[in-house]
Design a protein around this ligand. Structure first.
Ligand code: SF4
Length: 212
């Protein structure tokens, strides 16, 4: 997510989605778009754009839609999404009103596998446009996939050292990033919940200190 999108590089139908001046229109066009830019289109029921409030200034980026997301057309509405809701609610934050939640890829990978670098690359223009339109002051990256596809290793460094800490990127002046454990990982390894909770509180304290 570096330079502004070069819309001339895309075909007419993708450009029609990307070249949208406001977020509600973008969301509507993307949700209705029969994108086939990578192979994930073959397994999707619905393309999943997001969930939440695009005006909140806080963007949360996960990996990919799962089964429930694919069926409902909304991001993070399955078990992992409920855990994210609970974690945020315990910290006093409402995932519907106080953040916009999306994913690196917008279609469900088969058996919920990790999206390939090619699939992530094909889908990244949509996330980049989301960031341009939403102009978040903070981006929470859920898990390694989100971090790896958004930042080169030279920026983010070893992920183990990065989780739970704020960092900035010269390509996004004024935006603070934080890498958090993906809630699906916390479901697999509940021992990490204590650390995850501390990370969420660290983010919450900073976020509220600047007015939310
Ligand atoms: S994952 Fe993204 S690039 Fe691939 S088909 Fe779906 S919307 Fe298009």
């Amino acid at each position: 997510v570096t330079e502004p999108l070069q819309l001339g590089l895309f075909g007419d139908s993708r450009r029609h989605v990307l070249n949208t001046p406001d977020y509600p229109e973008f969301r509507e066009r993307l949700a209705a778009f029969d994108c086939r830019a990578c192979g994930l289109w073959q397994g999707r029921t619905r393309l999943v754009v997001d969930r939440g409030n695009p005006g909140a200034g806080l963007l949360v980026v996960g990996e990919a839609p799962g089964e429930q997301e694919d069926l409902q057309g909304l991001a993070f509405v399955g078990r992992a999404g409920r855990l994210l809701d609970d974690l945020m609610a315990s910290a006093g934050l409402d995932t519907r009103r106080e953040m916009l939640i999306t994913n690196v890829v917008k279609c469900r990978p088969p058996q919920n596998r990790v999206p390939s670098p090619e699939e992530a690359r094909a889908c990244l223009p949509f996330l980049r446009r989301q960031m341009e339109l939403v102009r978040p002051s903070c981006v929470l990256l859920l898990g390694a996939t989100a971090a790896r596809h958004l930042f080169p290793l030279s920026v983010i460094g070893p992920l183990r050292d990065r989780v739970g800490t704020f960092f900035e990127d010269p390509d996004h002046p004024g935006v603070r990033f934080m890498l958090l454990y993906h809630p699906a990982y916390l479901l697999r390894d509940p021992r990490k919940k204590k650390d995850a909770w501390e990370h969420v509180l660290r983010f919450r304290d900073w976020w509220l200190s600047r007015g939310g």
